[in-house]
Structure formats: structure tokens, C-alpha cells
Ligand binder design. Structure first.
Ligand SMILES: NC(=O)c1ccc[n+]([C@@H]2O[C@H](COP(=O)([O-])OP(=O)(O)OC[C@H]3O[C@@H](n4cnc5c(N)ncnc54)[C@H](O)[C@@H]3O)[C@@H](O)[C@H]2O)c1
Length: 389
């Protein structure tokens, strides 16, 4: 990486993520060049970024919006990236298109320029394979909305030069972010560990154990999550949330732990994408009647615990497979998806043997591999050692 920490930063893709990352980099003092193949998207990004920065100034959260706006420029040609020290790609989630973009970038950027992808689900190794110098490629995964979400997953590929992830981590700290380092495996940390929040809630719903409003109530009121799984899936949109689940399932060689649900698939097929289409699990039409939760605390706690056990199992398994350090797994789930506490800490508080007994009971009932407890959880449960210091 260049020694001048205020090198220009290039952003490819001016959609939700690209615009957000551009704002973060410009507010951190970099000159930022935003590129998009669609001039209308670029113009929209320019207008929205200007308006957002001025609003931040009005609210007293930014001293000089115009100075930040002046650091932003917009382009439709790769040559604008010639002086960049870092280029972050945030275009459509398609491996072939991303590979083409990365190959094209190398013709214009300097030899020391770092190339990063904001992909949520693709392998960084395969994106890097499109480059002549794959050692300069890594994943820098921001969360939506990038200016507000502190977490950034830094993902080295097998080809990435040693030391580069640490340098990028230091840069992200300068940008005011909370960076973690994750292995280049499907879903990285957050999109892997969070899967049961949706998947197990859907399972409880599909089996008729409880309705969605009851499950949402149990997870928020009884377990302290900010949003229940069904409200959150509707908010994210089933076109995004279902596709992530399906991608993670396929990428994990069809491990039943990540199996998608037909209820959610049918919503997607019906075009009931959630909040954005006016209908998902819930109906967002004005005056629509909403289902009421059955506020039975004993039953609610049982449901919430079942989902929590599956989440904890996933976090412990991520630790066992060295996807990230214990501290980074905790940071990822509290800063990336705002969980009320780290899942490893939660496991320690409940007692690993208690969580293990809950999972083993589910396994005995269903005899499905989906409910197999992580070997590390079994070890911790038996030896009564703590997962985090
Ligand atoms: N939206 C999220 O919540 C989220 C969160 C984290 C990561 N991501 C990842 O970030 C990336 C972008 O997601 P988004 O939600 O901002 O998408 P988006 O659809 O809002 O924006 C993508 C932009 O890329 C542009 N584009 C497409 N192909 C291009 C090309 N070849 N060259 C230049 N520009 C091109 C499009 O015109 C569009 O403006 C994806 O890889 C996605 O998986 C998304």
C-alpha cells in the first residue's frame, strides 16, 4: 500500500453500497472517484451524496460538507483511477462481471494499487484469479448502510500478499470503522453465523409451533434482539435474504444446516419481496390487519432459546473452523447485525453444557444433521472451559 495514507480512492458501482463507501472514504479525507457504467445511477449517487452531506452539516455532525463534496468526483471511464491507491468494487453480485471489471482495472492502476471487492457471497480467490497480480486483491465487506454500520470484514484470498489485510485493517480504523479479519469462506462471518436467525425461525413457523408475530415477539421482547426474524427478512427483502441463504447453502456443499425454506422461496416467487413491495410475511398496506403474538412467556422462551442455540452453535463452529478469532466473531455479530451481545459470551453465560443439551435434544427429536452440535461446543461443554477470555 502507498505510504501516503490520503491517496485517492476509486469506487466502482454507485449503488447503495458504492455511494455509502464513497461517503465514508471522502469523510475520512480521501479524494474519491466514483465510477458507474450507468450514467443515470452515477447522477443519482452524486445528488444523493451531496444532499446527505449537507444534511449531516445541518445536524451538526459534519463541519464542512462542501469540502467533502469537493473531494468527490464522478466518472464513467476506468482511466480516472490511474492515481488511486485503493479501488473498491461494489457492482452487481455476479462473478463473471466482477472478474471482467478486475481484469480491466489492472490496465490503468499503478502496481501498488490495492484492489478490493465488497462482495457479500462470492469467493475472493475466484475474483482475484482474474488479475495478473492477484496478491493485491482482497475483500473489504461493508454493511448496509455503510456510513452507519461500523463493521467491515477484511477478507484475504489465498493469493493475497501477507501483511496486506493488517494494513487494510489499520486503514479501516482510520476511517472510523470496526474491522475484523475473516477467512474466504461462504458468508464470511456475519452472513454465515446469522443464518439460523432466519432459518430456524422459518423452521419453527413452518412446523406450526408458532406464528411469525409470536416468534418476532419472543426474539425481541424476551431475547433482546432489535428486530424479529420475520420483520427483518421483510425489511432486507426476500430477493436479497433468500438468495444469500441459497448461495450459502450451495457454497457449503449443501450442508443441511443452511437449507433454505419453501415459505420464503414462495414469497420471492410471488413477488412478495417484503417492505419494498408492500407485502412479505406481513402486509404493509395501509390499514391492513396485523397478526398478534401469543404472549405465552414459557412457550416464547422455548422458541427463542431454540433459535439462540442454533446461532450459538454456528458461532462456535465458525471458531472451530478458524473463520475468525473469538474477538472478531463477537465484534462481527454485535457491530454488523447489532445483536444484543456476542454469541460466544452468550454461550458462556448460559453454560456450554446447557446449550449442548438443547441442541442434542433437537438432534434426538429430528435425527437431522442440521442439529448436530459443533465438536468445539461439545468439548467446551464437557471440559467447562470458556470460549472467550
Ligand atoms: N445491499 C447490501 O445490503 C449489500 C451489503 C454488503 C455488500 N453488498 C454487495 O455490494 C455490491 C453492490 O451492491 P448494491 O446493493 O450497492 O448494488 P446496487 O444494485 O445498488 O448497485 C450496483 C451498481 O453497480 C453498477 N454496475 C453494474 N455493473 C457495473 C460495471 N460492470 N461497471 C460499473 N458499474 C456497474 C450499477 O449500475 C449499479 O449502479 C454487491 O456485490 C453486493 O453483494 C451489498
Amino acid at each position: 500500500m502507498q505510504t501516503d495514507q490520503r491517496f485517492p480512492v476509486g469506487i466502482i458501482g454507485s449503488g447503495a453500497m458504492g455511494s455509502g463507501i464513497a461517503q465514508v472514504a471522502a469523510m475520512a479525507g480521501h479524494d474519491v472517484i466514483v465510477l458507474d457504467s450507468n450514467p443515470a445511477a452515477l447522477e443519482k449517487s452524486k445528488q444523493q451524496l451531496g444532499a446527505t452531506l449537507l444534511k449531516l452539516q445541518e445536524k451538526g455532525k459534519l463541519a464542512d460538507a462542501q469540502a467533502v463534496i469537493n473531494r468527490l468526483s464522478f466518472a464513467t471511464d476506468n482511466n480516472a483511477f490511474a492515481s488511486c491507491g485503493l479501488v473498491i468494487e461494489a457492482i452487481v453480485e455476479n462473478l463473471e462481471i466482477k472478474k471482467k471489471v478486475f481484469a480491466g482495472l489492472e490496465d490503468v492502476v499503478s502496481a501498488s494499487c490495492i484492489l478490493a471487492s465488497n462482495t457479500s457471497s462470492l469467493s475472493i480467490a475466484s475474483i482475484a484469479s482474474a488479475c495478473k497480480r492477484p496478491e493485491r486483491v482482497l475483500g473489504i465487506h461493508f454493511f448496509n448502510p455503510a456510513p452507519l454500520m461500523a463493521l467491515v470484514e477484511v477478507i484475504p484470498a489465498v493469493q493475497t500478499e501477507a501483511g496486506l489485510p493488517e494494513q487494510v485493517k489499520a486503514l479501516m480504523l482510520q476511517w472510523g470503522k470496526a474491522p475484523v479479519i475473516a477467512k474466504d469462506t461462504p458468508g464470511f462471518i456475519v452472513n454465515r453465523v446469522a443464518r439460523p436467525f432466519y432459518g430456524e425461525a422459518l423452521r419453527v413457523y413452518e412446523e406450526g409451533i408458532a406464528g411469525m408475530a409470536t416468534i418476532d415477539w419472543a426474539m425481541t421482547t424476551l431475547s433482546g434482539f432489535k428486530m424479529g426474524p420475520f420483520i427483518l427478512m421483510d425489511y432486507i427483502g426476500h430477493d436479497v435474504n433468500y438468495v444469500v441463504t441459497e448461495t450459502v447453502f450451495q457454497s457449503f456443499f449443501y450442508d443441511p444446516r443452511y437449507k433454505p425454506s419453501f415459505s420464503q422461496k414462495r414469497l420471492l416467487e410471488a413477488g412478495w419481496l417484503g417492505r419494498k413491495s408492500g407485502r412479505g410475511f406481513y402486509n404493509y398496506a395501509e390499514g391492513a390487519t396485523q397478526p398478534e403474538p401469543v404472549q405465552d412467556e414459557v412457550a416464547g422462551r422455548k422458541i427463542a432459546e431454540r433459535i439462540l442455540f442454533m446461532l450459538i452453535n454456528e458461532a462456535v463452529d465458525a471458531l472451530q473452523w478458524q473463520i475468525a478469532s473469538a474477538a472478531d466473531i463477537e465484534l462481527a455479530m454485535t457491530k454488523g447485525v447489532n445483536y444484543p451481545k456476542g454469541l460466544l459470551q452468550w454461550c458462556d453465560e448460559l453454560g456450554a453444557d446447557y446449550v449442548l443439551a438443547g441442541l442434542d435434544a433437537l438432534y434426538d427429536t429430528y435425527r437431522e444433521d442440521r442439529y448436530r452440535a459443533s465438536a468445539l461446543l461439545r468439548k467446551v461443554g464437557i471440559e467447562r472451559i470458556k470460549l472467550i477470555a
